[in-house]
Design a protein around this ligand. Sequence first.
Ligand code: F3S
Length: 63
Amino acid sequence: MKVRIDPKRCQGHGRCYELAPELFGDDEEGYGKVIGDGAVPDGEERTARLAVANCPERAIEIL
Ligand code: F3S
């Protein structure tokens, strides 16, 4: 499983990196970015789905 953020949709709400700091970080302007290549480690799948469900812009995709 991998996660991806669509930079055209992300408005910097920050829920992803608050709820799932092991998967997401923020850039210098507060927009979300995936950590590393976005690969979701074993056991973090629920956290990834939580982030997807909590992004108000629906900017996060699971691949
Ligand atoms: Fe952006 Fe959504 Fe995260 S708007 S900062 S991807 S919660």
